[in-house]
Design a protein around this ligand. Sequence first.
Ligand SMILES: CC(C)(COP(=O)(O)OP(=O)(O)OC[C@H]1O[C@@H](n2cnc3c(N)ncnc32)[C@H](O)[C@@H]1OP(=O)(O)O)[C@@H](O)C(=O)NCCC(=O)NCCS
Length: 144
Amino acid sequence: MKIKVRKIKEQDYEVVGKIHNKAFSCIGQTKESFQDSFTSHTTWVAVSGNKVIGYIQSKNKKTTVYCTWFAVDKKFRQCGAGKRLLRALMRHTKKTKAKKIQLETRNRFKPAIYFYLQNDFDIIGTRVGLDSDTMILLEYQFKK
Ligand SMILES: CC(C)(COP(=O)(O)OP(=O)(O)OC[C@H]1O[C@@H](n2cnc3c(N)ncnc32)[C@H](O)[C@@H]1OP(=O)(O)O)[C@@H](O)C(=O)NCCC(=O)NCCS
């Protein structure tokens, strides 16, 4: 499957909102709650043909880039879209002053944990979230 990654456009907001909602409704996320982040954060989308199949979103803070949300449409998982999106975020991070990417995921999101470990992230901490889920803090350090 041929997958391209590009910055989000306004016309993608609806479909990205739907992917977000489907992936994260289990933790109370809705597509409406996500819409504001398109202007305050940096978002890339993965596209196959003309179809947007996933997104990754981040926010820069001095020496750290935080990956805030990341999901691929269920039908298109394990086809390499996630890896391409993460590479786009890494390329972007390399151009900034940031030396690391951090993110938080949940113990219940097992494929994501495998994915991050496979992509050289380290687990650097855990905490109990407000909803009692175990949150896992992961970090990728650039060697520069
Ligand atoms: C995490 C996620 C974005 C990965 O996207 P993806 O497009 O499936 O990722 P890729 O196809 O690039 O996967 C690459 C690697 O991740 C790992 N991986 C992905 N899904 C996996 C699964 N279900 N079980 C085990 N390993 C998995 C594998 O190591 C895989 O490499 P391989 O194909 O060589 O075995 C996707 O699983 C997803 O959307 N999950 C739901 C939302 C989520 O949990 N987001 C992260 C929250 S912070």
